[in-house]
Design a protein around this ligand. Structure first.
Ligand SMILES: [Zn+2]
Ligand SMILES: [Zn+2]
Length: 287
């Protein structure tokens, strides 16, 4: 049985739900995931709970997860590992962090941010998801550091791990991990079809689409919703299924038909005539 304890940081909010979950994994030595904001009283609580700490891990560099990491590590005399954090040791995807009997694998899961890492403990199926999957509601994808194409790939990667329990960066523990990930994928698919439906009747601005898609929500969420719709539009643009039109300041989007490679028929990105492998093949044939 993997011993996991939560220490809740006192930073509740729209993005953070009840606050950031700092996870203490194992005992003597322990691994601490996401010390959270640099709040001395919180870090002292974590230190008390964690005892001897072998490593500090950071899921991503957002202000509700990372700023406490270095001060905390200094306090307990442990190394910090992160994909992207000044002063921390760099982590690669697939890298294992071994501390005493603990053995966690870091999985690069970009999408919420480009540096996002999840941590997996194969023996128990515990997956520490940071903000890639949260305990309640959905993850916020804010372009350009947030990227929906990458995010969906990361969800698939996490599903492939066959996790049993999700320990999220915010909100409650999720005991049906795979159902939750499936639910996240379905939610994005539904949102995408709503965006495509909104574009079906002609050019639309993001604000117009938000009013239709989020009609049942209070207007307070519209600014966040607009970022999320933009994330969907950028994914559709990447796939050649939507494009920006008109003057830039109008911010109009239209539906588009994906272009296919004139050589092999596969879908190509943007306005290219040939897909990248055909382009390369033709270049090589020319010598
Ligand atoms: Zn975040
Ligand atoms: Zn967060």
């Amino acid at each position: 049985m993997l011993a996991v304890t939560r220490v809740l940081a006192p930073n509740p909010g729209v993005y953070t739900l009840e606050g950031t979950n700092t996870w203490v994994v194992g005992r003597d030595p322990s691994i601490v995931i996401d010390p959270g904001p640099d709040l001395p009283a919180h870090l002292a609580d974590v230190a008390r709970e964690a005892g001897r700490v072998g490593a500090v891990l950071v899921t991503h560099d957002h202000p509700d997860h990372a700023p406490g990491a270095l001060p905390f590590a200094e306090m307990v005399g442990a190394p910090v590992y992160a994909y992207r954090l000044a002063g921390a040791e760099g982590l690669r995807s697939g890298q294992r962090v071994r501390v005493g009997a603990l053995d966690l694998t870091a999985i690069h899961t970009p999408g919420h941010t480009s540096d996002h890492m999840a941590f997996f403990e194969p023996g128990s199926g515990a997956l520490f998801t940071g903000d890639a999957v949260v305990g309640r509601g959905t993850t916020f994808i804010d372009p350009p550091d947030g990227n929906l194409v990458q995010y969906l790939r990361s969800l698939a990667r996490m599903e492939e791990l066959g996790p049993r329990t999700i320990y999220p960066g915010h909100g409650p523990v999720v005991v049906r991990a795979e159902d939750k990930i499936r639910e996240y994928i379905t939610h994005r698919e539904e949102r995408e079809s709503q965006v495509l439906t909104a574009l079906a009747d002609g050019p639309r601005t993001i604000a117009e689409m938000v009013e239709v898609i989020y009609a049942a929500h209070p207007k307070d969420v519209y600014p966040l919703a607009a970022r999320s719709v933009l994330a969907h539009l950028l994914k559709l643009a990447d796939e050649g299924r939507a494009e920006r039109t008109g003057k830039t300041d109008e911010g109009l989007w239209i539906a588009a038909t994906p272009r296919t490679c004139q050589r092999c028929g596969r879908i190509v990105k943007g306005k290219a005539r040939y897909c990248s492998s055909c382009s390369l093949a033709m270049l090589q044939a020319e010598g």
